[in-house]
Design a protein around this ligand. Sequence first.
Ligand code: FAD
Ligand code: NAI
Length: 478
Amino acid sequence: MATANSFDVVVIGAGPGGYIAAIRAAQLGLSVACIDEWKNEKGGPAPGGTCTNVGCIPSKALLQSSENFEHAGHQFAEHGIVVDKLAIDVARMMARKKTVVKQNNDGILYLFKKNKVSFFHGRGSFAGRGEGGLWQVAVAGAKAETLSARHVIVATGSNARPLPGAPFDEKNILSNDGALAIGAVPKTLGIVGSGVIGLEMGSVWRRLGADVTVLEALPTFLGAVDTQVATEAHKTFTRQGLKIVLGAKISAVDRGAAGVKVSYADASGKAQTLACDKLIVSIGRVPNTIGLNGDAVGLAVDDRGFVTVDDDCRTNLENVWAVGDVVRGPMLAHKGEEEGAAVAERIVGQKPHVDFNTVPWVIYTSPEIAWVGQTEQQLKAAGREVRAGTFPFMANGRARALGDTSGFVKVIADARTDEILGVHMIGPMVSELISEAVVAMEFKASAEDIGRICHAHPSLSEATKEAALAVAKRALNF
Ligand code: FAD
Ligand code: NAI
């Protein structure tokens, strides 16, 4: 039972990890407060965290706008649709993005109300333990308050990592925040890091007409992705016009009136410079515990700043849990959501399980890239004997009708048991197709299981069925 400011659970952070934890805890009958400090343009609350405000949602809005623009310019003609004087109104595109973000902010506030989660707008910080060992959490917002709680869930997310000596100014040197709010298409755009943000943001601005160069420190492209998919992606993105420089060692970043100059050594060690109007730095993210006052209560963090947790998201402190980007594991919204829901269930004594091996990854470029489970190179390195089947979208009727036949689906199965160990996709709408593979892996399906399931025709999902059949060299349409 909650008294005015006393709760069963206080969640700090209303990103995907935090707000889902709060809702699930409330569904389970607990009294719950959620504190979040994100402000909208008017200073009001904007729950949803990085994901809603400067991450998943706005990036997908801009990816859609820019893809529509590219289709209008390059693909409509073959459908007999004539577009005269194609132009992009960046201000309008950004206004639409803001509307989409606000719909999501408002949606979370509505869900809090519906589930009777008390929302506090402001910064939450540990203020020690009070009577009965209850945690005290101070809220610094429009008014200062102190909440007490049996359990605290830390879901404070992550921040963009700057290049040493080149802090973000969000004008010329941009984090994800600035990259999602560029006011006009830059003539030249530099990107440091060919990871997920670099490729998604590079795609947005290239489609709208920017000359985009991506500088990647590693000698391999998308090293964590199945090699066959990464090779196809590199070929396709390069053909689309992204300039990808691998093995680039950056030595200096200089800001000038006209833009940014990046000095780097290329893979052969030769000194090079890249002059660009804007530079997006997307070299990974760091966990955020700023202002949490965790030190004062002895909250343990590891040497990289992540809050230390066990497999169940328990921290070193009694009844303090942590989920999402602020703890180990992939920095993905849906990973944080699963952890948040699971922690709420553990608080009431349930025994949920989050399997990191079945957390899907998606890169929302065009073609999209999606995977779940292990790559062929990981499995071979681990000495597993596997069989792989691939099926190209070129041979899929729906993909031909869509006019998007790039890429393929690859299913990897254990050579002896046929259990699916990984599914890797590059092609149209694979962000949606990957869910079938996740379900299959959760149920420990064999490749033959997918091959025997009836898939609607014509649909892109038939490529998954065919790739599964191809594991036993019995694809029907290729
Ligand atoms: P966050 O979303 O970062 O939320 C943390 C919240 O806590 C914030 O609102 C913050 O203001 C608040 N907070 C922090 N400290 C305090 C405090 N002391 N008091 C009060 N409030 C506090 N992931 C995907 O799965 N799919 C995608 O398509 C995707 N696209 C992305 C695109 C970009 C450009 C970026 C940057 C990220 C993307 N991500 C994507 C990653 C995803 O955004 C994160 O994994 C996710 O937001 C992490 O959720 P979280 O709840 O842990 O933290
Ligand atoms: P990332 O980890 O995906 O990629 C960073 C890249 O930068 C790597 O390739 C790395 O080798 C490179 N790099 C690091 N230091 C460098 C340097 N000094 N010079 C040049 N290259 C350097 O990180 P990113 O793109 O910043 O994204 C952060 C996280 O946000 C992702 O890992 C992902 O978890 C999440 N995200 C998820 C999305 C999705 O699910 N679709 C979309 C965008 C972000």
